[in-house]
Design a protein around this ligand. Structure first.
Ligand code: P6P
Length: 345
């Protein structure tokens, strides 16, 4: 369905929430606050290349303000935009070791927000797309009291909403409240996110694989065999898959969401838990991809069923088209069984 010209993010969220009996509109207001914060972040990200003119990190810019690292800037903007709306009990951010409490002067709400304020920010100097990732839960601790770490350590399938913003050739916000995945493109002329991708569905199989092949020598054998299989030829089409790796998780997964394919950041001999963070990278992206008909796992277990133990814990991730993720899981399983048999000899 071609989206209507002026289906704004706010209107879409409100209409979506109306379908949920008993909805209070709090989630709509929370997401609207978030959208405002990312518009402000987008302004700064899009002129990052001019920072040298405006003043480099650590210096004062033309307004006499201290120039921050962009990821810390994004973190601060999100905290300031989200801490007073009365919708949140607690927050957690990649940029903050501990959970972030709501200031006492503000009303405490029923939701929990976890986020990676600016993922891939090391790419910004090369003008490569980067992103913001968010994950929203209902609190589990008693209403009215300050939120707790327990609120922030829920399995991914308990998310009530998740999304990401990709700051690329355009600024796009993709979100799901569990019932379809929707993409909104920022129209700078009106300052609104307008629906541009209605009810996104990821193809059941893709032709793209996305991982850092520079780590080849650290990979486990099952992954090495899988990637070689993709490079040889695809049984269906006789052609090898295409390798695409931006080095920015949000951009890589966003491309695969639209075109199909698989993104992998595996456990390897150096990093037994991989690199990416479960709570504010893997879980929200898994929630979105599953809502679009795809699949996400750590190679064995469904990502959304992993029981978290700490806010910043890492997890391997295989995410994208269902057929591709099932296929790599088969390669990993068969290799593990073969190695176990070998050990018995
Ligand atoms: P590597 C960016 O630093 C990031 O956190 C993700 O966005 C990206 O997918 C990954 O790390 C890239 O890591 O080890 O391939 O440079």
């Amino acid at each position: 369905m071609k989206p209507s010209r002026f289906m704004t993010l706010s209107r879409h969220i409100v209409e979506g929430e109306k379908k949920h009996p008993g909805a209070t509109g709090e989630l709509s207001a929370l997401l609207a606050d978030f959208a405002l914060a990312v518009k402000i972040i987008a302004l700064e990200v899009n002129k990052a290349g001019l920072v040298d003119i405006l003043g480099f990190e650590g210096s004062n810019n033309v307004h006499g303000e201290k120039v921050k690292k962009l990821d810390m800037y994004a973190h601060d903007i999100l905290i300031r935009a989200m801490d007073h709306g009365g919708h949140l009990a607690v927050m957690a951010s990649e940029e903050e070791e501990d959970i972030i409490h709501i200031p006492k002067k503000h009303r405490i709400g029923k939701y929990v927000l976890l986020f990676d304020p600016l993922d891939g920010s090391s790419n910004i100097d090369a003008n490569v797309s980067i992103g913001t990732i968010f994950s929203i839960y209902r609190r589990v601790s008693p209403d009215g009291l300050p939120g707790t770490e327990e609120d922030c350590l829920q399995e991914g399938y308990k998310q009530v909403a998740a999304g990401y913003v990709v700051y690329g050739s355009s600024t796009m916000l993709v979100y799901t409240a569990g019932n379809g995945v929707y993409g909104f493109t920022l129209d700078p002329s009106v300052g609104e996110f307008l629906l541009s991708h209605d009810d996104i569905k990821i193809p059941q199989r893709g032709k793209i694989y996305s991982l850092n092949e520079g780590n080849y020598k650290y990979w486990h054998n099952g992954l090495k065999k899988y990637i070689k299989y993709l490079q040889d030829a695809d049984d269906r089409t006789g052609n090898p898959y295409t390798a695409r790796y931006i080095g920015s998780m949000v951009a890589d997964i966003h491309r695969n969401l639209l075109y199909g394919g698989i993104f992998i950041y595996p456990a390897d001999k150096r990093n037994p838990k991989g690199k990416l963070r479960l709570m504010y990278e893997c879980n929200p992206m898994a929630f979105i991809v599953e809502a679009a008909g795809g699949r996400a796992s750590d190679g064995k277990q469904r990502t959304l069923e992993i029981k978290p133990e700490s806010i910043h814990e890492r997890s391997p991730i295989y995410i994208g088209s269902e057929g591709d993720v099932l296929e790599v899981e088969k390669f990993l399983r068969e290799e593990e069984m073969a190695e176990a048999e070998e050990k018995k000899k």
